[in-house]
Design a protein around this ligand. Structure first.
Ligand code: NDP
Length: 305
């Protein structure tokens, strides 16, 4: 996997430079933020959405509402899709596939790497270039150089359209395999969902003990914000296959995880998440890793059930 992250700020084009016209299909919260960013930066924007009324505020600001998906594809070479998933892409593009030839389809909808690769093949077979994207910011971060989006697909198409795509966020190109952007996106979401659920679990325990979320805010920020040091420490060791235990022995971690589970049970709150954590720790113990670091659990996770 090649990784090359741009750290360039989203810069304004030079005075008089021609801004590339762009089509945006899909006006959910994300698509709306994208249209807003393109209009703000002076791009001509053609839009299409299944529910046309969502286009009205943008038409009032100068966007063109295409009469059909075919017309939206025909309006511009660069077509950005912001849809719920790849099924929505097929629902829209299948009936309009004659209009795909010669377009550059940039699908910024989230889905699995496999569905992204299949979607890339489907679009490419119909004569268009295909770039996949994984947006790592909520709509409020669109238009900011502090936000970033993973891209993958043909390097030439990415290089040609990079400046326009960087109106939305920084562009972080991952490589030619179209599944890579989705893979990096899903890796991020893996960490995001479990981390945030850990916070909800902590809040539930706090609530059962008469504390509000704000009462544990400094503690939560210190605990979750302090994970960077652990990440730095463990990644090199994991890649080297080193799991020697020290103060982080699995046996100690299992006892701690069980204390967490029992604390939740005593408080009468939901125990699904802490029970799953204990289950993983116990499997590591059964596999004989009690004296190893709890990072040895990653080896269990690598194995398919
Ligand atoms: P939404 O699900 O709200 O957007 C849905 C868009 O897809 C709408 O334009 C909707 O049309 C259209 N759509 C859905 N299904 C179909 C279909 N079968 N046929 C035609 N159109 C369809 O998502 P968001 O705008 O929030 O996000 C867009 C993408 O960006 C998603 O893949 C999401 O995972 C990703 N993303 C979103 C983030 C966020 O915070 N929102 C953050 C990072 C990524 P209609 O208006 O008619 O319903």
């Amino acid at each position: 996997m090649s990784v090359s992250a741009s750290t360039a700020a989203v810069a304004s084009p030079a005075a008089g430079a021609v801004r590339q016209p762009v089509t945006v299909v899909g006006l959910g919260p994300m698509g709306q933020a994208m249209v807003d960013a393109f209009l703000e930066r002076g791009h001509e924007v053609t839009v299409w959405n299944r529910t046309p009324s969502r286009a009205e505020p943008f038409v009032a600001r100068g966007a063109v509402l295409a009469e059909s998906v075919e017309a939206a594809l025909g309006a511009n070479e660069l077509v950005v899709l912001s849809l719920t998933d790849y099924e929505a892409m097929y629902a829209l593009l299948e009936p309009a596939s004659d209009a795909l030839a010669g377009r550059v389809i940039v699908n910024l909808s989230s889905d699995t790497p496999e569905k992204t690769r299949a979607g890339a093949r489907w679009v490419t077979e119909r004569g268009a270039a295909f770039l996949a994207g994984g947006v790592t910011t909520p709509p409020s971060g669109i238009g900011s150089s502090e936000s970033s989006t993973f891209y993958s697909g043909p390097r030439g198409a990415f290089d040609t359209h990079r400046d326009t795509l960087e109106v939305l966020t920084r562009a972080d190109y991952q490589g030619e395999d179209p599944g890579l952007a989705a893979l990096m996106y899903q890796i991020g979401m893996t960490m995001f969902w479990t981390s945030m659920l850990s916070l909800w679990q902590a809040v539930a325990l706090a609530d059962a003990n008469g504390l509000k979320a704000t009462d544990i805010l400094p503690h939560a920020q210190e605990t979750l914000g302090g994970l960077g040091g652990f990440i730095d420490f463990y990644t090199d060791r994991i890649d080297a296959g080193r799991h020697e235990g020290d103060v982080d022995r699995l046996a100690m971690g299992t006892a701690s995880a069980e204390h967490v589970l029992h604390t939740m049970a005593d408080a009468g709150v939901d125990t699904t998440l802490p029970a799953a954590v204990v289950d993983i720790f116990r499997r590591g113990m059964e596999a004989g890793h009690e004296a190893d670091s709890f990072s040895s659990l990653v080896e269990l996770m690598k194995k398919k059930a």
